[in-house]
Write a protein that binds this ligand. Sequence first.
Ligand code: NDP
Length: 449
Amino acid sequence: MTPENDYLSHIYDLAKQRDPHKPEFHQALLELLIALTPVIEKTPSLCKRGILERLIEPERLIQFRVAWRDRDGETRVNRGYRVQFNSALGPYKGGLRFHPTVNSSIIKFLGFEQTFKNSLTGLPIGGAKGGSDFDPRGKTDNEVMSFCQSFMSELFRHIGASTDVPAGDIGVGNREIGYLYGEYCRLMNISEGAMTGKGIFAGGSMLRTEATGYGLCYFAESMLAGLRNGSLKGKTIIISGSGNVALYAIKKAQAFGARVIAASDSGGYIIDESGIDWALLRQIKERERGRISEYASRKPGASYHEGCSGIWSVPCDVAMPCATQNEISLESAQQLINNGAVAILEGSNMSCTFDAVQLIMEEPVLYVPAKAANAGGVAVSGLEMAQNAGHASWSYEKVDDMLQSIMNSIFHRCIDAAVEYGHPENLLIGANIAGFVKVSKAMAWQGVV
Ligand code: NDP
């Protein structure tokens, strides 16, 4: 499939010619370009001055060798990346992912998406992403530290509180951020907010750990109230994954009165009709770094099923994919629709395949793309930057209020853009247009750079 508009189709072809082997980036770009069709028709000036030609090209893409020693003293080599995609709105900002599937296509799609997500937050932050094909699972703390220090021994020269501010993502949590930030401070002889997601005792923000999952639920509440006169209360929910985003989405959904009955990891999924025992799941996945299968052996009445995709066959009202990209296939989307799901909100980046999104958009199902739904994490990262810059430390309540307000504003920005461009209730189109318009205006204002 290509965009119907000739100019948008040309942009898509250009990107594919330049980067023929980056399917995830093509997928993210195609979603944006199709959504921009009404913009080209109604406000073509937004795409003048080579805005799109420049937008699809990262300002900088850094790739580097990461050599480190394992527990046996053997030398291991991984590949590190940082894509500094767009700084029109402010310093580059976006997480680091450590996972064996990381490659330049994944990093490029994530950096591209991050640019529009950061724009939607309303905060002055540009888009970036980075990571490595290093797998922290099964590694000792010393191995993770050795890797992180080597990774930062190259990355430090490219980042800084006013230049580029990385955070966490898959495989990069509190432990990894600590090792990375410690090495940054040592090499630079400076203590500044060059990373977010820091420990509270070292300049981190209250609520950063919870922010993405909580933000997802705040968006869901705004959306269900605004478009369906409803709420999460009493809804049956499925949340895939059991990492940072999933855990805190489960916690907040339950606080809103929802019944979360399934969760997963890369091995399989659990069903617990009585509602997930959050403390137990957190103990297993966050504290013990164990497998989700252990949940079923410790919780009477719960069951474990091998394989990830089966989770979408479990009937639910609301689906919140929170594991990884393309986790909802066409078949899974069809199962969700057949089972009567009323809303799908992407907690993970680009959770649905392109075909799955096309199918969902034909149905009266509320669909929220990641750039809007999971923006709570980067929003609180932006608040952490503001606290660091002002040498301040805000209370949990203050940050939580601001997060709720930002997620509510993102919902309204998306809906307003959807209405303005003739697609009411279409949050896919609304999120892409609202994110794009702000970046394109900033780029046009700054001239051709
Ligand atoms: P974590 O590493 O904390 O957790 C990831 C979870 O997803 C784990 O349960 C993991 O299982 C599972 N998973 C990872 N890869 C796969 C795979 N290929 N197939 C199936 N399951 C997989 O990551 P986060 O929770 O931080 O991130 C989850 C998603 O949310 C990502 O898409 C990320 O980009 C996005 N996101 C994260 C933000 C944040 O603040 N952390 C902000 C915005 C978006 P296992 O335990 O077996 O590895």
